[in-house]
Design a protein around this ligand. Structure first.
Ligand code: GLY
Length: 563
């Protein structure tokens, strides 16, 4: 067995490795083993499996989980946000469904610039922060492409849960408490998440969302038209008009799901399908792995290997800042994923010393609190051959913090993922160029990286992650360890993670990384920032003909501790 494999196995987060990653309430397989689902929520996974019991396939299950997450995990995702979906259908067709938010028609390049400086408050909280949500249209598209059930069948169980209520998890309670000040600014948001004295609802109290249940039921009855042309669009545009927002009924009516061409690349004998712009995920997952394979990975000591991964990430994220944006508005060079370009970058990387960052400023801010606290990923697969990867988000916790009165729907703050100004950092301290400048009907750049993996043309894995730009890093590391090092995916996910996004020029490492490796990385010139844990990935792997779903061990462990 390879040296690196043994070493990394030994350095995996010991508690995480002891957590039970298979067949738990977050990652389930149907009784006959024909459908598997993994999500960050036992309720979402349970409802997905209920839908399977009623004849649904992996596509139905994934959509049911997504709607449920909008109820129980609404700080991360929901129908007020957007998503990217990669799906491999039972008949072999592969689709990349772009349900990313669109800027309203009245959006302008400098809409967040006040007195010459981008004002992050405007792009993160309140009426101007939201793009037109795309998730409802994208889920409907997916359902029509390959679901066995009707759209209403995958929505109504979540509506029921919203109506009946559920016990607030410690993680949700922590997010409500952390954002209570901003939620209090919007009466419909406060009415859901705060008590009569504007105090955050505590963990284990009952959260009922009757308005959200009503919205779900109306979509179940009238289809996406309710959302894009009916009452929901009208209520939202009325609220926007009264609150200096830009979104109109026409913006809703003009929203379109886009069918994109996936980014296809090869790594370690596998074929990877990633999501193209307006996500940066597919491009940079492919680019980083292309750079890594220029080196004799199996001969490297662990610190050298982590150093190399960090350097490859740094070069890729520098390219992200310069080149990436919505491909409908800017020319994104596809050659970023060319193996020859990876060779050029590889020649710039020294195994001895971290490359100095010379191009941009490096604000040394702590962004750890953001990286684990938003977005969600759902993995679903069935033995008929449907493989689904959905990454869905309202952006930062509770998005814009706005709930449109009478709907229960939290609107995203995805406008913050644009570059409000060249060089201005977004919530994740990512900077961008003109390629990601705001324009009417443009989609903001994303890091979401739903990914499908094939061997000899057959699907063998679906995966993705949550956690801002660490999504790219998580997916890279899971693929590296599982495909190159042949680790079972649950072990690959349990390895200590790192993240380097070029700006700030810091190497984020999980605390589980052995101290001697941390010291060796510092010696090579990396400026380390240690985080307790990083990210939330979900995956399903085909092993010996069986579907193996894996939910993020860090999330399971944190929830076990909190309970
Ligand atoms: N809103 C985070 C992302 O799309 O990357």
């Amino acid at each position: 067995m390879k040296k690196i494999f043994l070493y990394l196995s030994a350095t995996c987060i010991s508690l995480i490795c002891r957590a039970e990653p298979l067949g738990n309430s977050y990652a389930q397989i149907s009784p006959e083993g024909e459908v598997a689902v993994a999500s960050v929520s036992p309720e979402a996974t349970r409802i997905a499996m209920d839908v399977v019991a009623r004849g649904g396939n992996a596509i139905d299950a994934a959509i049911a989980a997504a709607f449920t997450l909008g109820v129980v995990d609404g700080h991360n995702s929901g129908i007020g946000g957007g998503c990217f979906i990669l799906v491999r259908m039972a008949d072999g067709r592969i689709f990349a469904i772009d349900g990313r938010e669109m800027a309203p028609a009245a959006a302008t390049r400098d809409m967040f610039v006040v007195n010459g400086i981008a004002n992050p408050e405007l792009s993160r909280t309140g009426a101007l922060a939201s793009g037109i949500p795309g998730s409802v249209a994208a889920f409907d598209k997916l359902q029509k492409l390959g679901g066995k059930l009707k759209f209403r069948d995958v929505i109504l169980p979540a509506a029921e849960l919203a109506e009946q209520g559920f016990s607030i998890s410690p993680a949700l309670a922590e997010r409500i408490a952390a954002t209570a000040g901003n939620l209090a600014k919007f009466p419909a948001s406060a009415a859901i998440y705060l008590d009569k004295n504007n105090k955050p609802l505590p963990a284990f109290s009952l959260l009922q969302q009757k308005d959200l249940a009503g919205t779900y039921r109306a979509i179940a009855k009238q289809g996406p038209d309710y959302f894009y042309r009916g009452d929901f669009a009208k209520k939202t545009s009325r609220w926007m008009a009264a609150n200096n927002g830009l979104i109109t009924s026409k913006d809703f009516a003009n929203y379109q799901v886009k069918m994109r061409k996936p980014i296809v690349s090869e790594f370690a004998g596998y074929t990877l399908y990633g999501f193209p712009p307006p996500s940066s995920g597919g491009m940079h997952v492919a680019q980083i792995l292309n750079i890594l394979e220029q080196f004799e990975l199996d001969k490297l000591a662990p610190a050298e290997r982590y150093h190399l991964i960090a350097e490859a990430m740094k070069f890729a994220f520098a390219d992200r800042a310069h080149w990436l944006g919505d491909g409908d508005f800017t020319k994104v060079p596809l050659s970023l994923t060319d193996k020859r370009y990876a060779q050029i970058i590889a020649q710039k990387i020294s195994l001895e010393k971290a490359t100095a960052d010379i191009a941009h400023g490096n604000p040394d801010v702590d962004i750890q609190h953001l990286m684990n606290k938003h977005t969600t990923h759902i993995a679903a697969a069935d033995l008929e051959g449907n493989w689904v990867a959905i990454t869905s988000t309202v952006n930062t916790s509770f998005g814009s913090k706005v709930v449109i009165p009478g709907t229960g729907v939290v609107l995203n703050n995805q406008m913050d993922d644009f570059s409000a100004q060249v060089g201005a950092a977004n919530a994740f301290v990512l900077v961008g160029s003109d390629a990601n400048a705001i324009a009417a009907r443009k989609r903001p750049l994303s890091s979401m990286s739903p990914t499908l993996v094939f061997k000899n043309g057959e699907p063998v894995m679906t995966l993705g992650a949550a956690g801002g730009p660490t999504i790219i890093s998580q997916v890279v590391q899971t693929l590296l360890y599982s495909l190159n090092d042949s680790m079972p995916v649950e072990k690959a996910m349990a390895q200590a993670r790192i993240h380097q996004q070029w700006n700030p020029n810091l190497l984020f490492v999980e605390a589980a990384m052995p101290i001697e490796i941390q010291q060796a990385l510092q010696k090579k010139g990396h400026n380390l920032k240690v985080w307790p844990t990083m990210g939330a990935s979900q995956a399903i792997q085909l092993r010996d003909g069986k579907l193996v779903p894996v939910a993020e061990p860090r999330v399971i462990l944190q929830n076990q501790r909190a309970n």
